[in-house]
Design a protein around this ligand. Sequence first.
Ligand code: AMP
Ligand code: MG
Length: 350
Amino acid sequence: MLTRVLKTDRHNPSKKVLQEAAEVLKSGGLVAFPTETVYGLGADSFNEDAVLKIFKAKKRPPDNPVIVHISEMDMLKEVSTTIPKRVKKMIEDLWPGPLTIVVPRSKKVPASVSAGLDTVAVRMPAHNVALGLIKHLGSPIAAPSANLSGRPSPTNARDVYEDLNGAIEMIIDAGDTFIGVESTVVHVTENKSVILRPGPIPIETLRNYLNDIELHPSILTGKFEGTPASPGMKYRHYAPKAEMVVVEGTYDRVLEKIVETVHDYLKAGLKVGCIVSEETAVKLPSQTLIEVLAPRNRLDLIARRLFSALRNLDRRNPDIIVAEGFPEEGIGMAIQNRLRKAAGYRILKV
Ligand code: AMP
Ligand code: MG
């Protein structure tokens, strides 16, 4: 299959591009498109055959559900049966934005979207290309991240192309995404609210709406006992080819430990890759393959660069990767969650 790449402006997307992309979706094809978080791989959510193509193109296990993207509140009523009261105020304030809610699924949404669950994950993205595409289609778009299953999510069109060229009809290239890590996912019922995936909307903000909000235990341990709340949670994610370890603790000790660990690996003759802050990068030996994220206090920039740093490092073929841990405040919780997953929960606590 020939994958067409159409460029457009991320703030003022061309109507012609959106129209062409919507035609592909209407005829049951797949279009990768930018959102404010990462690039998504979209299909018409009411067309089950099209949705199944997403799983095939990504090599995604069928029990990992995808998110339904909407452009207006009326679409929420189409895809879900009931919305808990306390969710309404929250989405009024935070949508469009990087927050996904898990709510009861309406019959109109094919079961394969939700991997057979009776719930559906929904969000309204804050990106004019994504919103414009949904509007041109006239229906919600089902879309997971536009990467091959297990790889870091794409934050630009080149990364999508690298993974999915030849497997999908179209990529809309509108430059880098704004945030860089995937949406926060929350499951809310009348008497319980749980974060299934930490993201750009931090727990501190969610507490203003859901005073009982808690983290799903697997976020802390990376382990599952029994059935995970979301099947997708159990899969290995973002995994680079090389083994990776995350060094966590107070910064002085983290820096010391990273420098020590890097020296040990170099002495052992290994090609060492590092994903670190600017402050740490300047303290590392010159033979190290370094991906610099940003200054430590700029968690927003660290989030934006994280996935492309992981991909870049992979291209440079290190034998081992040492990553710096960051404070778990605000978007820091999402950054730590992605780093730990990428490392398969190999954590060095200092
Ligand atoms: P992706 O966009 O590739 O990060 O994948 C979407 C993620 O959303 C899944 O891996 C799940 O964590 C979550 N998700 C989607 N649908 C549901 C659902 N019905 N219940 C719980 N989590 C969901
Ligand atoms: Mg994904």
